[in-house]
Design a protein. Structure first.
Length: 304
């Protein structure tokens, strides 16, 4: 072999070696790029799954409060081009099992996380038949019943302990008109949220309200005076910021009441008026729009 041929073979071998190294480097770069894309897609899907849990925590109360134990609901949404869904299952004792599923919008990467939320019923922070700024007149006080009882037609467990009236003239509005974890005015904002249609849907009113011979059930928040007349009946948790007044024909409340005051207009027959404590009514209605919070020390965990 002449010298020129040897040089040519050496050059070809070097080129082949260089090509092999280049190919190996290119494959490594492509592999790393693919791994980076997959890792990014996984992180995006994980973020979407976490967003599903946040969505369930913020909005799930609109659905799970009206579900029976064992019932489920699905909430869907999007996050930065990815999609997610929160699957809620109502368990016993006010617990909600939640699974968040996130899907990356580019590669279709899927991640799941799970956690447990608890319902915080919208009940007064003081257990009492009435929580008032000042005590009512004696004639009306005699028509306030602290013994736990169920209204006609309601199937409830046995009666619990009584809940005597409570008066506090010093607490600020934020604490006095609080329900569950919500301080005033968050109470009105929360109860005014759009929710699934149900007979126990919370209601919020920004002005005076008069119920004339009507029946209302649920958490009722009135940023004004609530007047019951003509035999009107309210079953649930009632917050009447400017007071509850009984008009002609009287009325009844079963559950628990938080109000500035309790009164009745002149000429109302005391026997036509009733405010009675019912843990059964208050408990059921307070869960219909209960906020959802995570259990302490139990953050969402990845499901693989």
């Amino acid at each position: 072999m002449n010298r020129r041929g040897a040089v040519l073979l050496t050059t070809l071998a070097a080129l082949l070696l260089l090509g092999g190294v280049t190919a190996a480097l290119l494959l490594a770069v492509l592999h790393d790029a693919r791994a980076a894309r997959n890792a990014e897609a996984s992180l995006v899907a994980r973020a979407a799954a976490s967003a599903a849990i946040a969505h369930a925590t913020a909005e799930g109360d609109a659905w799970v409060g009206v579900l029976p134990v064992g019932g489920g609901a699905i909430l869907r949404g999007t996050l930065a081009g990815s999609s997610y869904e929160a699957r809620l299952l109502r368990a016993g004792d006010g617990l909600i099992a939640v699974r968040g599923v996130g899907v990356d919008g580019r590669l279709g990467m899927r991640r799941e996380v799970a956690t447990t939320l608890r319902m915080l019923p919208l009940l007064p922070r003081q257990r009492a038949v009435t929580v008032l700024r000042r005590s009512p007149a004696p004639l009306l006080s005699a028509r306030v019943f602290a013994a736990d009882s169920a209204p006609p037609g309601w199937v409830c467990p046995g009666p619990g302990a009584s809940a005597p009236p409570f008066t506090d003239a010093t607490a600020p509005d934020s604490a006095f008109f609080a329900l569950g974890p919500l301080a005033w005015p968050a109470v009105a904002a929360w109860t005014g949220k759009p929710r699934a249609l149900d007979s126990l849907t919370p209601q919020a009113f920004s002005a005076d309200v008069t119920l004339d011979g009507r029946r209302a059930i649920g958490v009722l928040v009135v940023d004004g005076v609530l007047t019951l007349r003509g035999g009107a009946e309210v079953l649930g948790v009632v917050v009447a910021r400017r007071g509850l007044v009984f008009g002609p024909g009287g009325g009844a409340l079963w559950g628990t009441l938080v109000a500035e005051s309790l009164g009745m207009v002149s000429g109302v027959i005391p026997a036509s008026v009733r405010v009675g404590y019912s843990s059964c009514v208050a408990g059921r209605t307070a869960r219909s729009g209960a906020p959802l919070l995570g259990l302490p020390g139990l953050p969402p965990v990845d499901v693989w």
